[in-house]
Ligand binder design. Structure first.
Ligand SMILES: NC(=O)c1ccc[n+]([C@@H]2O[C@H](COP(=O)([O-])OP(=O)(O)OC[C@H]3O[C@@H](n4cnc5c(N)ncnc54)[C@H](O)[C@@H]3O)[C@@H](O)[C@H]2O)c1
Length: 142
């Protein structure tokens, strides 16, 4: 079964992040520029939070705040649920489902080494199932 280490080797280890004192506007702009839905919040290379498009919708727009005046630290989720490189994809889907989250930073020996989204995990699961089906078809057809 594929682990996150293998998934990240294919996806890449880059993690987009922001500082807690930056504005929510800057965070949303960075997410738009990179076509992503979440940023890890780092202070001195330590994970202190995570901010997503959902935070913006619920804690800025709905509460009548403005994104240039609201710092990331006011709406980020902290502490952050993280996972490790030796976890399997079904294990991570289970965590996301239980915690109702869509992004998981991946740590190895306390170092941030990647980030996976629910989209990454579903894409990988589908590819895995297609491979299994292909193998079974070959087996049946002899
Ligand atoms: N997962 C994918 O391969 C992928 C790629 C492009 C678009 N989409 C579309 O985007 C929507 C939501 O997708 P999602 O659940 O993958 O979430 P997402 O849009 O946040 O993630 C898109 C991709 O960016 C990566 N990503 C997100 N935040 C990151 C960060 N801070 N640092 C490094 N990488 C980061 C994810 O791992 C994923 O590969 C869906 O409509 C999906 O179809 C998904």
């Amino acid at each position: 079964m594929e682990t996150l280490r293998q998934l990240l080797d294919k996806k890449g280890h880059e993690v987009w992040s922001i500082h807690q004192d930056d504005s929510v506007f800057d965070a949303i702009k960075k997410m738009a520029d990179k076509s992503i839905g979440a940023l890890v919040v780092l202070v001195d290379d330590q994970i202190v939070g995570i901010i997503t498009e959902r935070h913006y919708a619920r804690h800025v727009i709905l509460e009548g705040k403005t994104s240039p005046k609201t710092p990331v630290r006011d709406i980020m989720t902290t502490p952050v649920v993280c996972t490790q490189t030796d976890k399997t994809i079904p294990e991570c889907i289970a965590v996301m489902s239980e915690k109702r989250i869509r992004h998981l930073p991946v740590v190895d020996q306390k170092q941030l080494v990647g980030l996976v989204s629910i989209g990454d995990l579903i894409k990988s699961t589908i590819a895995d199932q297609e491979f299994t089906i292909e193998q079974l078809v070959h087996y049946i057809q002899g």
